[in-house]
Design a protein around this ligand. Structure first.
Ligand SMILES: [Zn+2]
Length: 216
């Protein structure tokens, strides 16, 4: 009797520890805004070229099912051309060389989300450097960890349904600035979001000699 009580007690303590560890592994988002520090910004890789995060590097075999600002949308919903759930589990690639500044499940309809941060020369004035974030949401799997450096075109996750909330697609956003927050996918104002299609058009096809140095 006494022994079984000890076993139950130990099991409960162990379960509590495992639970805490699992919570930490998910990295729940701190609701207080996070701002990248000057040191973190300095350590972001310089990204001079961006490609599509799904399909080929120019987006073949995908279409944009809900473009930026349609229905107050803050990103693009990228879908495999097969429609429905045909793209479930397809690769999601880093649009540019960057650092993982968020990888987790922020809640409120997002499912699994990865945010990469990049330092990007402005096309009109390459001396000016913008802080750009690319956001990949509703993922089925996350294949990167917070703090990790990723190359352009590196597989960072797979297309998902946000645990059955939607038909499989990639919600892709481009954001500007140092504040890290999963935030919202729809709003009346564009907030700090940039039109993803235009951003990719402006930043694709950089000359070979100006391509990124290796990130590591
Ligand atoms: Zn969306």
């Amino acid at each position: 009797m006494k022994r079984s009580a000890i076993v139950i007690g130990l099991t409960l303590v162990l379960a509590a520890l495992v639970w805490q560890f699992a919570q930490r592994a998910e990295e729940p988002f701190d609701p207080a805004f996070l701002r990248l520090s000057p040191l973190e910004i300095a350590r972001l890789p310089l990204a001079v070229r961006f490609d599509q995060p799904m399909g080929s590097e120019h987006g073949a075999l995908t279409y944009n099912a809900q473009p930026f600002r349609l229905n107050r949308h803050l990103g693009d919903d990228l879908n495999g051309i097969g429609g429905q759930n045909s793209d479930l589990g397809d690769s999601v690639y880093a649009a540019g060389v960057g650092r993982v500044i968020y990888a987790g499940v922020p809640g409120s309809g997002w499912g699994r989300m990865v945010i990469l941060a990049h330092r990007v020369p402005e096309p009109a004035d390459p001396q000016k450097i913008q802080i750009i974030q690319t956001v990949y949401a509703h993922l089925d799997q996350i294949l990167v960890k917070h703090g990790q450096l990723v190359s352009r075109g590196e597989k960072i996750g797979t297309v998902g349904t946000a645990d059955g909330q939607y038909l499989a697609h990639l919600h892709f956003e481009v954001r500007e600035g140092p504040y890290v927050n999963p935030s919202v996918g729809y709003a009346d104002a564009p907030l700090n979001r940039l039109p993803p299609e235009r951003f990719l058009l402006e930043h694709r096809g950089a000359a070979n000699e100006s391509l990124n140095p290796p990130p590591r």
